[in-house]
Design a protein around this ligand. Sequence first.
Ligand code: PGU
Length: 401
Amino acid sequence: MITRNPCIANIKAGYLFPEIARRRREFTTAHPDAKIISLGVGNTTEPILPHIGWGLVEGARQLATPEGYSGYQDEGLLSLRKRISRVFYKEDFDADEVFISDGAKCDIGRLQLLFGAGAKVAVQDPSYPVYVDGSVLSGAAGRWNGTGYAGITYLPCTAENNYFPDLAALPEHGLLYFCSPNNPTGAVATRGQLEALVKGANAKGLVIIFDAAYSEYIRDPALPKSIFEIEGAKTCAIEVNSFSKPAGFTGVRLGWTVVPKDLKYAGGESVNADWARICGTIFNGASNIAQAGGLAALDDEGLLEIRQLCDFYLGNAKLIRTALCDLGIACVGGENSPYVWARFPGRDSWDVFAEILEKCHVVTTPGSGFGPAGQSFIRFSAFGHRLDVEEACKRLASLKS
Ligand code: PGU
């Protein structure tokens, strides 16, 4: 029989979120009457707002007309690529530098095809688990050594360094996944920090995959929403983004990736041309209906709805933060991001996860699932109905006893 891909055999455990779902199921089987509230996976809960919803409906209706019908749109609708460039990048990118995707996660998974199994990968620690698990699947992570993968450079982002990594540790000619606003810590890199990062990346021949999936949650106008606000980023960065968290498209599936034409490999070849080739080969584009929704999301009315939806979830984040602070639990995040990162000194994350589930019937995410530096932390997601979040906050009080 054919042998298993050794990269799959090398992956440490189940993907974090299905593992949480498994533990939740185990708990509900033992306690069938428990009314569980999830502040675990970052999955949107509120309905798509009316104007954006209308865009989706209209997109579907158009497909059923001779003049509105469209088929494959490999790199995405030209009108959407242009609108993304206008709304997010002051038209600084040509349409063929903006690639429409079926979501940021899908592109994060595909992007490593550009660099292959030999890429030296660095991640913020803690970080969204797809960066590391995707690297394991592509063969770039090396062996599991008990606390992490030997081939991955983990860059601790802790209270001690204000959640920004030590740039001296960046690998030369490697790949860095960088997420701001960060999942899970909620930290947002300042302009000065990103300037130092871009300078360091250009000096070391490093490519940054900048994940801006939560950029619409930034409320502080001084904080950059995109790596491309930083001079010099076009020669060292790729940016992935998504309609999931700003527009509630987690189930609709729509995102984009910007690959500047100025970005070149060591041999001078164009990364943009390779990405177009990869997308043309293994991806046939995002749904036309989703893209019609995306167009509606990025007109004036749609942008107001995005603001409104993010404000709602930020309101939830504030309630969670306040509840935790009232209990004397130290936490960060939640101000420019939908995640609150809470510290339980000396405790194992999975034990705290189990305690919160048992005492409060609230599902959270254990910090250690995001990397070694996440140990003793819990991530609270602000994606939930308001009444559920209020109820969860009340229940957290039983953590005192
Ligand atoms: N990037 C970051 C940093 C994310 O946190 C998530 C979702 C995505 C990308 C995915 O974006 P899509 O455009 O929807 O593909 N993170 C959530 C959901 C869990 C998951 O497995 O994606 C979370 O709870 O961390």
